[in-house]
Design a protein around this ligand. Structure first.
Ligand code: IMP
Length: 180
């Protein structure tokens, strides 16, 4: 079945994202200054561009690890059941950890992942999300740092997909379905 046609309207430019990533990395640096090791944990797959830019701005001893949690499938509605498809490879017990999420939407994913990571006994756990859609929240959770608060729009780009497409856009755009 052919996909519903859509266009992408720019919401946050590449330049604006880069400036914000720089600000955030400064705040993260201040929080973790003096750490012997910061384990930066990206949530696959949507955070891969954000984490790549973020760690390159961080002048700290950093390790990178990933967790993959199931989310949307090919729909535009969030699943409430969060499944872990790929767990951390490295040890984080007694470590400083920063969990990096692309979007906090209903909040189920971040809440589940925080529980999982906390159970491994990190010394300090902080969270950052590039985007936050507070109007969609179903569980009481928020990231320690947010790149941008956005309205209830479906967005793509800068690592974020719609049915695995559009991750390679350098900006963040909203999906607008067109009538054929
Ligand atoms: P939550 O569990 O509802 O907070 O969903 C979080 C996950 O849903 C994010 O990590 C994204 O993968 C996905 N998601 C939420 N909103 C969007 C969107 O606008 N575009 C693409 N993926 C989204």
């Amino acid at each position: 079945m052919p996909k519903r046609p859509y266009v992408i309207e720019e919401m946050i430019s590449a330049k604006t994202i880069a400036a914000r990533v720089e600000d955030l990395s400064r705040e993260i640096h201040d929080e973790f200054e003096g750490t012997d090791k910061l384990v930066v944990v990206g949530l696959l797959r949507g955070s891969f561009v954000f984490i790549a830019d973020l760690v390159r701005e961080l002048d700290l001893p950093v390790e990178v690890d990933f967790i993959e949690a199931s989310s949307y499938g090919n729909k535009t509605e969030s699943s409430r059941e969060v499944r872990i498809l790929k767990d951390l490879r490295g040890e984080i017990a007694g470590r400083d950890v920063l969990v990096v999420e692309d979007i906090v939407d209903t909040g189920h994913t971040l809440k589940h992942v925080i529980g999982l990571v906390n159970a491994k006994g990190p010394k300090r756990l902080k969270t950052i999300a590039l985007l936050d859609k507070p109007s969609r929240r179903e569980v009481d959770i928020s990231a320690d740092w947010i790149g941008f608060e956005i309205p209830d729009e479906f967005v793509v780009g800068y690592g974020i997909d719609f049915a695995q497409r559009n991750r390679n856009l350098s900006y963040i755009g909203k999906v607008r379905f067109t009538n054929e």
